[in-house]
Write a protein that binds this ligand. Sequence first.
Ligand code: NAD
Length: 372
Amino acid sequence: MSGFEPLNDSSRKTNILNVFDMPDFDEHEAVHVFHDRATGLDMIVAVHNTARGSAVGGCRMWPYATGRAALADALRLAKGMSYKAALAQLPCGGGKSVVLGDARTVKTHTLLASIGRAVESLGGRYTIADDVGISAADVAIIAEHTRFACAPLMLDGTASPATAFGTYQGILATAAHVFGSEHLGGRTIAVQGLGAVGAKLCEYLAEAGADLWVSDLDDARTDEIERRWSATTVPVDEILYSAVDIMAPCAMGGIFDSESIKRLRCRAIAGAANNQLANAEAGLALAARGIAYAPDYAINVGGLIDLVHALTGNYQVAAVLEDCRRIHATTLDILERAAKTGLATSEVADQLAGQRLRGPASLGVAPLTGFA
Ligand code: NAD
């Protein structure tokens, strides 16, 4: 790995051997630390599990305060990708990379090239994609320096349309389980966050006849959805506690904790936001309150499905949508198992994903074809 050395800036330094003692370490297969003196790149690649195939996961560029914070994030996110891929039975493993730095000021063409060289040096163990701070356009530059880079291909070159479609499938399954019918006509559904995913999800829900309650920090977004779908705008600090049939969080994570769960008035939760549960206890608390929770990583996997299809080199929108439809069966399965066993849906999803992680033999590093 010529050109790369361990992190050497004392303000960012962390003892990489401490990784084994970190709470976020979960038998990760590999953690790679890169430093490129020429470009100033500081990057960590965490590969959690490759039993189902080479690790795929986004690259997050963020001004982490310490190397330890960056490492913890990489470990946590890589594990999340493994679980997401395994639950959806995708032929890939889970990994994630983090780049230390402010994408708005220090992200240059040469830095992206350096990221590409770092990924290439891993020989296909990890395939890089976009995430916070690294756009699909950045991935295209990275891909000039590695065969192991991939950007989503659907429609506008983002994963959000596939994510929204998959989330919609999860909502249909949740409705079928909770209300005995997936017919959404007249059902009240609250959508928190009207960004790339939330706005597209509103389209599916409105066309299915749902009565939309929506919220966003940006008034222009609520105005647009109100106008297009006759939605009702709810203040940002009230949307979570709306008395609706289904709550669809599509903004930030960590929103369900012991306090917020006490105040919920919805019958079910099914949305795209990542890491909605603030902690494991939150999943149990939702179950105790009889609120059906469709685990976030079960129903927001559409974007990853899109990426995996892009990696095959034979990308077809219809095939992506067909695979996203499988989210319906997975969600129903989780909800039914939880009802039968008395476990929380979050526990069921984690158990299923854990079993599937140890599933079929490795597909090796070969199948990933790189950026098409
Ligand atoms: P986005 O940035 O396009 O949209 C997020 C929207 O949420 C913005 O409009 C923002 O103003 C709004 N928002 C932020 N805080 C809010 C609050 N407190 N109340 C109401 N609105 C608020 O993001 P996105 O791509 O639509 O992703 C939405 C969520 O789904 C994120 O949690 C993301 O991690 C998750 N997710 C996205 C994808 C994808 O393909 N984009 C895939 C999997 C998971």
